[in-house]
Design a protein around this ligand. Structure first.
Ligand SMILES: Cc1cc2nc3c(=O)[nH]c(=O)nc-3n(C[C@H](O)[C@H](O)[C@H](O)COP(=O)(O)OP(=O)(O)OC[C@H]3O[C@@H](n4cnc5c(N)ncnc54)[C@H](O)[C@@H]3O)c2cc1C
Ligand code: FES
Length: 263
């Protein structure tokens, strides 16, 4: 993990309110699912940096990019930065998606698409085309989809039917299970809004698929000292301790490890 100031090269409008912000290198080797804490060098409006998956990286590390949707002051400041300005990066942080799964099915919603571009490039370099299921409310909300052209077998869904499968991404996954494009015993990697990840994990549980979720919890430090990012967990990895720091043992968890509190 290193902290350094990088120069913003450009901020690309991906449509649907999201941007890819590209910074110069060196960007360290980073595994799909790992993240960085980011802030602007000047005029950072909030106290703490914010976590983002690395979206893309030049093979030689000479540049990297982050897919960001402005939802608050921090993300707005990052997306309003101009070429030549400084962006402070701390990373890579956290645990990646498991590296030993061959041909995972990637299921993404919104900016949850971010960790899958590196994974798609890694798979392509090994001669494989990942199946990517990407859902949004409308065609416009499928921000970043074009960046995956030629890299994956893409199955898109929209809630309003304006592009691809008409319905939620969980219904699309169900449909692909019925058609045999996805089969019981396979492994899903999922990233997106919490309700969508719960629904995907539920469906996977019922249909005999293994499922890993990349959580987007609130984070303060990003490297294990503040305990601001804990989630309730179970299983041998945590040696009997009921909480896990998302920034250290996560953000990727086997869905079976997460304990959902109801009510
Ligand atoms: C490991 C990880 C990877 C992430 N990768 C990306 C990414 O690639 N692209 C991207 O755009 N975002 C990503 N996020 C989410 C991103 O960090 C938050 O959107 C960001 O911190 C918001 O900061 P802000 O100052 O703009 O908003 P704030 O002012 O902090 O919040 C604005 C609004 O968003 C809500 N909010 C903020 N953070 C979260 C959260 N984590 N979960 C639910 N609601 C939240 C707040 O409640 C508030 O309503 C990731 C988060 C994690 C933990
Ligand atoms: S964000 Fe501080 S311990 Fe995880």
């Amino acid at each position: 993990m290193q902290t350094r100031v990088h120069t913003l090269r450009h901020c690309r409008d991906l449509g649907g309110g999201s941007f890819a912000i590209e910074v110069d290198g060196p960007i360290p080797a980073t595994l799909p699912g790992q993240f960085y804490m980011l802030r602007t060098e000047q005029r950072w409006p909030v106290q703490l940096p914010r976590p983002f998956s690395l979206y893309d990286r030049a093979a030689d590390g000479s540049w990297g990019s982050f897919l960001i949707k402005p939802v608050g002051e921090g993300t707005r400041a990052l997306c309003a930065s101009r070429p030549g300005e400084g962006i402070v990066l701390n990373g890579p942080l956290g645990q990646p998606f498991p590296q030993d799964v061959v041909d995972p099915i990637c299921v993404a919603g919104g900016v949850g698409l971010a960790p899958f571009l590196l994974l798609a490039r890694q798979a392509k370099a090994n001669g494989r085309d990942l199946r990517l299921l990407f859902g949004g409310r409308t065609r416009e909300m499928l921000s970043g989809m074009e960046d995956f052209a030629g890299l994956v077998r893409l199955h898109a869904s929209t809630d309003d039917g304006s592009h691809g499968f008409h319905g939620r991404v969980t219904a699309l996954l169900d449909d692909l299970l019925q058609k045999g494009v996805v089969k019981a015993g396979e492994t899903v990697f999922c990233c997106g809004p919490d309700p969508m990840m719960h629904a995907v994990a539920d469906l996977c549980g019922k249909r005999g698929l293994r499922c890993f979720l990349s959580l987007e919890t609130y984070m303060a430090c990003g490297y294990g000292v503040c305990n601001g990012c804990t989630v309730k967990v179970q299983g041998p990895r945590f040696k009997g301790w009921p909480y896990s720091r998302t920034c250290m043992e996560g953000p990727v968890y086997d869905a079976c490890e997460l304990v959902h509190e109801h009510g």
